[in-house]
Design a protein around this ligand. Sequence first.
Ligand code: AMP
Length: 557
Amino acid sequence: MTFEGLGIDERLIRATTELGYVNPTAIQEQAIPVLLSGTKDFIGLAQTGTGKTAAFGLPLLHVIDAAAKYPQALVVCPTRELCLQIVKEIELFKKYMTGISVVAVYGGSSIGLQIRDLKRGVQIVVATPGRLIDLIERKAINLEEIKYVVLDEADEMLNMGFQDDIEFILKNTPQRDSTWLFSATMPPEIRKVSKRYMKDPKEVTVGKVNMANKSIDHQYYLTTAQHRYETLKRIIDFNPGIYGIIFTRTKMDAQEISEKLTREGYDIDALHGDLTQGQRDKVMGQFRDKSLQLLIATDVAARGIDVQGITHVINYELPDDVEVYTHRSGRTGRAGNQGICISIIHAKEAYKLKQIERINNSQFHKLDIPSGKDVCRKQFFHFMDKLLSTDISHGDYETYVPMLAERFADVSKEDVLKRVAAMEFDRFLKYYENAEDLNLRDKGRRDPSERGGDRNKSREGGRGDGRKEYTRGGSGYTRLFVNLGTKDGFFKASFLQFILDMSDLRKEVLGRIDMKDMNSWIEIEKGAAQQMIRSLDGKNYKGRRIRMNDADTGGRR
Ligand code: AMP
């Protein structure tokens, strides 16, 4: 088959020949004659790199009325890069056609300039959904005469949370009589859109169509609700090269976790609805250029984020909707890369996994939450790799060698390595020295505060053992002793913050706090006492071992 045989304009053939296209690709062969024959609606299922752009670009140029100077065709695609690429290719294809102009409109770039471009009388607009909506709302784009709408990489657009935007765009093109949809996969949401907005679409498939993105490994870790934060930290520590997005349900969680992790030395920032556009752009800029390793966001704030090379998506909590899970996980494993989507779940959420597996036709893998030792080992190997791959070919290192040799004359190579490792690892080794097992193993070992029945039992036990009940406007408090005090540099507020951070408890569980030079006493709800003790007792603070126990019995309960 040749391009002539497909029936396209001779000027377009001249251009494609110059580009070195000899024969049409499979999708071009199947799509072009159909699109030229006046078929209104079309679905092309094909992966990227199969020549999709020419498959819709050539017919579009063929049918556009060059004499009419208003937008007639709209191509909607998920990302700025794709947007620019499509425009570039269309520019090449139309080399021998006069009077047709095409413009790219996408977010993260001056809207003023794009508005100016639109006013020049363009016929083809290539847009990302967010920016297009912005232009529609500002009445800066005229969609009244749009006849052709192309949705390119429709599944990616839905993955990125653009479903509502796409429907809005389709609703706002009153003269649209042809809708051409291209997608690599055919998830149910796309079927829905096609049913709603297309009439008897002609469907063409090239190659194999996957239901779900097989390049994503779906993993989960089972823990208690109280250990979610600690589990998150462990996952991050266990993946030293991680470049990821963490999803939370609420913006408060996103903000709190981001602040907490930042305080603990992690490279993270939050994206949530309270940020100004400027702040949001700044965070996104840092994340995009990888000066920020982790981004934590709510689903709404992360809408439309398009970043290449994300290694991990972490669900701090599972979303209620399967669709939301799909959107989240779709941020990784893109453009032929492998990706990992991790969910931290507790026992009650297990049923949701089944639901997601069923609907997404994917499979979850349960992994053990790494132990403190595992984390240290992983960090150690990562560090060694980093050390060995450090580029020392440039710079003046050679000139320092004699000096270094002299300085280290009495230190063995092993000792130097140990010292380097110690500098890098002390933080991890100390932190993980007494790290507990965060896995939810079986019923017998489940955290009592996780289940109502056990919580009641411990209350009853508390009443019967003769210990005092402390009150902070009610019963059910107990008192803990800890060997930290004002001599350790704490004020009450910083101490409160410290114990809450360590234990991942909320301030509401605490009663009165008495601080002395060397020790302090903390009133705390009985149900939360165990978690506080477990989180602090035996850990280190500035090199000193923390001792925390029930102030009245003296021992760990
Ligand atoms: P696409 O899937 O549209 O991103 O295209 C992938 C690449 O294939 C682009 O670099 C195109 O320029 C190229 N291409 C598209 N159609 C043809 C063709 N018929 N013959 C040779 N190369 C093509």
